[in-house]
Design a protein around this ligand. Structure first.
Ligand code: BES
Ligand code: ZN
Ligand code: ZN
Length: 463
């Protein structure tokens, strides 16, 4: 190692990876450059450790041991780094391989070498380790569902996943099928799902009761389009396979509920998944249709590809009317405009409540899942006025697409403190974007939002 250093082969630059083979088959030592010390923090640690894990995975390693750098001082700083290293171990080693005949290497576990000076704090760190391991394992579990192909991950299958989860971790799960949706007046979900003869829509509700004398309740609502072809307003073929990821919001709802139940967060948490397949056929909904939603408000359908807001109109209004939650948060791969505005690593945040927005931004800063707040103004509200119905689902001009979609959703939350996360960009990675992503975001579903919303719930869900 000294020789490598003296020859200038080790510089410590960020992203530099060097592998040493230890004598006598004692394993390998992977050194990853962290860059300048002044810029070292949780995110740098998460990225560097994930790179190391990926490197080792490719070489058939099964166990990884990390060491917290000795210059990291203070309880809060150490905790933050430990969380990042645990994240990296789980998220960085993940690969969707269940359909591969010959899966590549797996890493069973990560042990953290905490160092002698930290031994005294081991019990406090033990709690952090257990908590973050649960979150990491939950992200992996969520990605496995998010990556399922659209022939398999139908609305009914997502409902089954919710039922199975409910039995495993103790959640009350209710599934509404198309007959029940018709009785309830959820004509938005029905309209979007009407084109699919093979995969009918479902509304799924998961109920985690909270801990102790529960005061707060939070509803997490997710867009669950199992495949978005655009419907009659059909999309071009290029990268259409990515539209299996249009269920990512609903899938992240599953992950959040799993984390909430396993970590026994204080607030009551309701998960609501609006699941449908958007495909063209003789039974599809059409541009020009007017749909009366659960809330009673009518929607003029202008573009059947703006289907996410239509299924969410029922899911949001149902969550608010049925449970009167203190807070509603929705997660949706809602608009291509989100990706244009913020890129594919950052989610767009729109909120009608300052404290809620602040709390989510704080949670995002802690987890490293980037979130950026966007404005919602009367300009966007006016743009979605309809000549024929209460609101229209699209406008003729391509301006402010993320925000006109948000103005649409706002109609269905009443006065409830509400936050909308447009995760169209960060919900998944593509071959084109993969090399610009940190190593803890492998190809495919990322389960974006699970760690941030879980953190928000662990913080007591302020608003
Ligand atoms: N699922 C898409 C949004 C999307 C696009 C997510 C790309 C991830 C990557 C959504 O249903 C959609 O098609 N939105 C349209 C809305 C438009 C018709 C108003 C869009 O963004 O183009
Ligand atoms: Zn669409
Ligand atoms: Zn969509």
């Amino acid at each position: 190692m000294r020789a490598a250093w003296e020859r200038g082969e080790l510089t410590g630059q960020q992203n530099e990876v060097t592998v040493f083979h230890l004598d006598g088959g004692a394993g390998r030592l992977v050194l990853v450059g962290l860059g300048p010390r002044a810029r070292y923090g949780a995110e740098a640690a998460r990225r560097a450790a994930a790179r190391a894990v990926r490197k080792l995975k490719g070489k058939g390693a099964r166990t990884v041991v990390f060491r917290v750098p000795s210059f990291v001082q203070g309880r809060a700083r150490v905790e933050e780094i430990v969380r990042a290293l645990v994240d990296a171990a789980y998220l960085g080693s993940y690969e969707f391989s269940q359909y591969k005949s010959e899966p590549s290497g797996t890493i069973d576990s990560a042990r953290l070498a905490l160092g002698r000076e930290l031994g005294r704090r081991a019990s406090a760190l033990g709690r952090v380790l257990r908590e973050e391991s649960t979150l990491g394992a939950t992200v992996v579990w969520t990605r496995e569902i998010g990556n399922l192909p659209p022939d398999t991950a139908s609305p009914a299958r997502l409902a089954e996943e919710a039922r199975t989860l409910g039995k495993e971790v103790g959640l009350k799960v209710t599934v509404f099928d198309e007959k029940e949706l018709a009785r309830m007046g959820c004509n938005g979900i029905l309209a979007v799902g009407s084109g699919s003869t093979s995969h009918p829509p479902r509304l799924v509700v998961l109920d985690y009761p909270g801990r102790g004398r529960v005061r707060r309740s939070v509803a997490i609502v997710g867009k669950g389009i199992t495949f978005d072809s655009g419907g009659i307003s059909i999309k071009p073929a290029l990268r259409l396979q990515d539209m299996k990821f249009d269920k990512s919001g609903a899938v992240s709802v599953l992950g959040v509920l799993r984390a909430a139940a396993l970590l026994k967060v204080a607030p009551r948490v309701l998960g609501v998944m609006a699941c449908a397949e958007n495909v063209p056929s003789g039974t599809s909904y059409r541009p020009g249709d007017i749909v009366r939603t659960f809330s009673g408000k009518t929607i003029e359908i202008v573009n059947t590809d703006a289907e996410g807001r239509v299924v969410l109109s029922d899911a949001l209004a149902y969550a608010v009317a049925q449970y009167h939650p203190d807070v509603v948060i929705d997660l949706a791969t809602l608009t291509g405009a989100e990706t244009v505005a913020l890129g594919d690593d950052t989610a767009g945040l729109v909120a009608n409540d300052e404290r809620l927005a602040k709390a989510l931004l704080a949670a995002s800063a802690a987890t490293g899942e980037p979130l950026w707040r966007m404005p919602l103004t009367d300009y966007h509200r006016e743009l979605i006025q309809s000549d024929f119905a209460d609101v229209r689902n699209n406008i003729e001009i391509p301006v402010g697409g993320m925000l006109t979609a948000s103005a649409f959703l706002e109609h269905f939350v009443g006065g409830t403190p509400w936050a909308h996360l447009d995760i169209a960009g960060p919900a998944y990675t593509t071959p084109q974007t993969l090399r610009f992503q940190p190593a803890y975001q492998p190809r495919g579903a990322t389960a974006f939002g699970v760690r941030t919303i879980a953190r928000y719930l662990l913080d007591g869900a302020p608003a």
